[in-house]
Write a protein that binds this ligand. Structure first.
Ligand code: KIV
Ligand code: ZN
Length: 490
């Protein structure tokens, strides 16, 4: 969490940090680096809140809570007073950092590190020691300082690749040497400047490291850190290494961090990206429909994801027919022709046929658009600089015609508030909102994806329109209809 929050532009409130920490504990991570208390009193308070919140969780196995501290008595005292299990003490060791940042000699750095570890140990906590910029440090000095802090009582030693300059073979070699020299467990901390953070972390494990620092969605300083979801999934499915991780929660934790940090997960991100289990080309869809393992190395459900069949202009008739059957329809040859033609027409416009769009096309062709408990046939939204965004809506809800108005910080907030103030509308919270242009130009078609939470239930909604406010309205209406359908036991 600490390095993840160092992502440029990210700043979490104490409540948000506690929410993420509890989700990480529930996911089954061994340790949570809750923060760097010396940076602000707010940060110190969040570390304290997290330590307390995790301690108060019922159940036997909990994540260890850790705080970062420079090698100074002041930092260590502050961290120790917050009730954490572990203090992660660090000092930079590379010639560059010694000369331009610390202005200290090797001897001074070594002495400071040893004193810090001894002092932290005297405060009755576990101590992990990191040599910042370890991978650009002279090897003999690195080993010397690691042995010295081990002698001073460090419980774990971490090797940070602070600016992500290692390659997997180099990492394997360095970690192997360090592991052979030390008795305590060794950890790796890899940054992603060359896109190698996960590969380097795995190389570290191959060489004997027993721990790796990772972040959800790979967020962090500059290009980020090794991604938790990619690292643990590789360890489990490719290396067969057992961990406490509850894999089915990976997607929800990723979504939580995406929502709270505002850092979007790219669609092609492994494991948790929207496309990670989407299939479009005719050959792939055909294969998947025959047996999912043809084009899926692991099942989407194993990591809390869902398979999406995205049909496009290249999709063969056979695959469309199978996909139609999977939706539960038995269509005539003419209906199938119409469905294929519609898919190709949208595909020529550059619009992808997602599962939801596909269901809509099929339902329209077979003349079955479904019963909707709620519709918004008319609406007006006003927004602009110097005006309060407002929405006036006419709603048809379970047979009633209702008018409502709402104001908000933006047009979507105004629409949501107008909907929320309607009697009989389920109470809901928008937990995810994504807008993508699915074609090009200023008249591009916008697709909005929303996730709403209502009374412990979550529902997704999609909207598609050249008008992004209309697409948002459609998506909200879609999701709320699903909520109400479930409520009514349909
Ligand atoms: O990248 C780094 O070197 C760090 C240290 C504080 C461990 O985050
Ligand atoms: Zn780091």
């Amino acid at each position: 969490m600490r390095d993840g929050e160092q992502t440029p532009g990210v700043s979490l409130t104490p409540e948000e940090k506690v929410e993420i920490a509890l989700a990480l504990d529930d996911l089954g991570v061994d340790a949570i680096e809750a923060g760097f208390p010396i940076t602000s009193s707010g940060e110190a308070n969040s570390v304290k809140d997290i330590a307390r919140a995790v301690r108060d969780i019922k159940g036997s196995v909990k994540s260890e809570v850790c705080a970062l501290a420079r090698s100074t008595q002041k930092d260590i005292d502050l961290a120790a007073d917050l009730g954490v299990d572990t203090i992660h003490v660090f000092i930079a060791t590379s010639p560059l950092h010694r000369k331009y940042k610390l202005r200290m000699s090797k001897g001074e750095v070594l002495e400071r590190a040893v004193r810090a570890v001894e002092y932290a140990k005297s405060r009755g906590v576990n101590v992990e020691f990191s040599a910042e910029d370890a991978t650009r440090t002279e090897l003999d000095f690195l080993i010397e300082i690691f042995k010295a802090v081990e002698g001073a009582g460090a419980d774990r030693i971490d090797i940070p690749d602070t600016v992500g300059v290692m390659s997997p073979p180099a990492m394997r070699s360095l970690v192997g040497i360090v592991v052979r020299e030390l008795k305590v467990p060794v950890s790796v901390h890899c940054h992603n400047d060359f896109g190698l953070a996960v590969a380097n972390s795995l190389a570290g494990i191959e060489a004997g490291a027993q721990q790796a620092h990772v972040t959800v969605n790979g967020i962090g300083e500059r290009a980020g850190n090794a991604s938790l979801e990619q690292f643990v999934t590789s360890l489990h499915f490719l290396y067969g290494i057992k961990m406490r991780i509850n894999f089915s929660k990976l997607r929800s934790v990723s979504e939580l961090v995406e929502r709270l940090t505002g850092i979007q997960v790219p669609p092609n991100s492994p494991i948790v990206g929207d496309n990670a289990f989407s299939h479009e080309s005719g050959i792939h869809v055909h294969g998947i429909l025959g047996h999912p393992s043809t084009y899926e190395p692991l099942s989407p459900e194993a990591v809390g994801m869902q398979r999406r069949i995205v049909l496009g202009k290249h999709t063969g008739r056979h695959a469309v027919e199978k996909a139609v059957k999977q939706l539960g329809y038995d269509v005539s040859k003419e209906e199938l022709d119409l469905i294929v033609a519609k898919i190709k027409e949208l595909g020529d416009k550059g619009i992808k046929i997602t599962e939801r769009r596909f269901s809509k096309i099929v339902a329209e062709v077979v003349g079955e658009t479904g019963v909707r408990l709620m519709e918004v046939p008319k609406w007006t939204v006003i927004t602009g600089k110097g005006v309060t965004p407002s929405a006036w809506i006419e709603v048809r809800l379970k047979g009633r015609e209702i008018r409502s108005a709402g104001w908000g910080v933006g047009p979507i907030d105004a629409i949501a508030n107008a909907l929320k103030s309607i009697d009989g509308m389920p109470k809901f919270r928008l937990s995810r909102f994504k807008l993508n242009a699915v074609s090009k130009g200023t008249d591009a078609v916008g697709e909005v994806y929303v996730k709403v939470e209502s009374d412990g239930m979550a529902a997704e909604g999609f909207g598609l329109s050249e008008d992004i406010v209309e697409a948002s309205m459609e998506a909200l209406v879609d999701a709320l209809n699903k909520v109400m359908t479930n409520e009514n036991g349909h």
